[in-house]
Design a protein around this ligand. Structure first.
Ligand SMILES: Cc1cc2nc3c(=O)[nH]c(=O)nc-3n(C[C@H](O)[C@H](O)[C@H](O)COP(=O)(O)OP(=O)(O)OC[C@H]3O[C@@H](n4cnc5c(N)ncnc54)[C@H](O)[C@@H]3O)c2cc1C
Length: 440
């Protein structure tokens, strides 16, 4: 691989940085908070705190999704998505609290009725824009709620999310004029500068870099091989792919440039280590997009954003490694199974599927296991009842020194939760479990 390894921001450093920023925001509010017992002042003071925290939270949410490589490679895309979702709930609460408290403060101060007060406030252009931004942010929160998310298509969810950029921009314009920032010009500038910096990161890493990569690497599909009735491997070739520094365990967001697929970037892991200018993914058909991927033909052009993901050889801390895959989660682990350094007996792969005909790439796995003298076990059966193979007792039976292992885990959220619980009970500390969950 050419060049130095890409830099990585460890999750703890990012978490600490976010907390520090939150603390600074509360400090900024505290030094200016008005100590008065009057209802209007109290409401306004609380509104300022909620507003500052929500504004800071929006900035953090955007940064988490900016696809900055050092953050993606260090923290991992699924952890970033989890933090983003958790933070999103906090921001939606903060934005709603800020709007209600500020409205209440205005009513208490002026004695106006609720509707008259709302009309007064909406007469200020910056507040009207902030209200429009609030509506967009609340809409994004609503489509992300679990019950709604399960019912709307990915495109609808994504479309509403894209509107939040406009929402965040609209909400921004009233912030530097707020009392906590307006009194101190240097802070108002700093706040604006932070927003500008996040906007530049978003534009750069989500638009410019993928576009530049598409033009430079000119990837095309060269082969589509059937692996099972509902699974295909797609082999792609491009120019100078070594410059991407993709590693086994990582994934790309693939935009296949066909009439029906070009609008959507689909995440798929590399199912084999990159070799020269060739990349391979293995895709299980679960819905409309993957059905179209199965029908791809050689020659189709591909725009690939990435690589992403932290589940690589770099996070390993132990000589012995246990890989646990569920369903299509075998893809990145298949690439790691082949490439993680280790002698005979150092690597064990447990592959969870309901039935043997759902096992993907099993001929390759058996070949790798035989060639490297690694252990390979299929965990078949239902996850309910006494035959559930993913229990602590079964893990200990198959891998007696399991507590001595690093664990790489990949699968659906349900499978990953079950495996994490069983691993904890079997004595594996959580910080030794390196997981990539196929969730959005
Ligand atoms: C990091 C990561 C790596 C993955 N690697 C593989 C792999 O190697 N092989 C494999 O078979 N599957 C993989 N998946 C899962 C795969 O991305 C989904 O199965 C696929 O996108 C579903 O598309 P669909 O429209 O056919 O299915 P649908 O039934 O329409 O969608 C199933 C789920 O996928 C979500 N989804 C649909 N389109 C997108 C999109 N563009 N971006 C994100 N989510 C979307 C939907 O919201 C829904 O939750 C991976 C997922 C992630 C997050």
């Amino acid at each position: 691989m050419p060049g130095d390894p890409p830099p990585r921001v460890p999750p703890e450093a990012l978490r600490l940085g976010m907390l520090f920023g939150g603390g600074a925001v509360v400090g900024l509010w505290a030094v200016q908070a008005n100590a008065s017992a009057d209802a209007d002042v109290l409401l306004a003071t609380a509104a300022h705190l909620a507003g500052l925290l929500a504004g800071y939270g929006i900035l953090v949410l955007l940064l988490l999704m900016a696809r900055v490589p050092a953050v993606e490679h260090g923290v991992g895309a699924d952890r970033l998505a989890r933090w983003h979702a958790r933070g999103g709930r906090f921001v939606v609460g903060g934005v709603a609290a800020h709007a209600l408290l500020a409205w209440g403060a205005y009513l208490a101060h002026t004695g106006r009725g609720p509707l008259g007060g709302a009309a007064d406030l909406l007469g200020y252009p910056a507040l009207a824009a902030a209200t429009a931004g609030t509506v967009l942010l609340l809409a994004a929160g609503a489509v992300s709620a679990r019950a709604v998310r399960a019912r709307v298509s990915h495109e609808t969810w994504r479309g509403v999310h894209l509107l939040t950029y406009a929402g965040a921009a609209a909400a921004f314009f009233h912030q530097p004029a707020g009392p906590d920032l307006a009194g101190i010009p240097v802070l108002a500038w700093l706040w604006s500068l932070l927003h500008a910096q996040v906007a530049v990161l978003l534009l750069w890493y989500r638009a410019a870099v993928p576009l530049r990569a598409a033009l430079r690497h000119r990837i095309r599909v060269v082969d589509v091989r059937s692996e099972s009735p509902d699974t295909v491997s797609v082999v792609m070739r491009g120019r100078a792919l070594a410059a991407l520094q993709a590693e086994p365990g990582q994934f790309f967001r693939w935009r296949f440039l066909t009439r029906r697929l070009w609008r959507t970037a689909l995440p798929f892991s590399l199912s084999a280590p990159p070799v020269g200018d060739t990349l391979r993914i293995t895709v299980k058909v679960v819905g409309g997009h993957t059905r179209r991927v199965k029908r791809l033909r050689p020659g189709v052009r591909v725009a690939a954003a990435g690589p992403f993901g932290a589940m690589t050889a770099r996070v390993r801390t132990r000589r012995k490694v246990l890989l646990i895959a569920g369903g299509a989660g075998i893809t990145p682990l298949r690439a790691l199974f082949e490439t993680l350094p280790g002698g005979p007996g150092d690597l064990t792969l447990l592959y969870r599927a309901r039935t043997s005909d759902q096992l993907l790439l099993h001929a390759e796995l058996e070949q790798i296991a035989a060639g490297r003298q690694c252990r390979l076990h299929y965990l078949l059966g239902s996850s309910r009842g006494p035959d559930d193979p993913l229990t602590a007792a079964n893990l200990r039976r198959l891998v007696p020194d399991i507590a001595e292992h690093d664990v790489y885990l990949c699968g659906s959220p349900g499978m990953a939760d079950a495996a994490s619980r069983a691993l904890r009970r079997a004595g594996v500390p959580p910080d030794r479990v390196h997981a990539e969950v196929f969730a959005f």
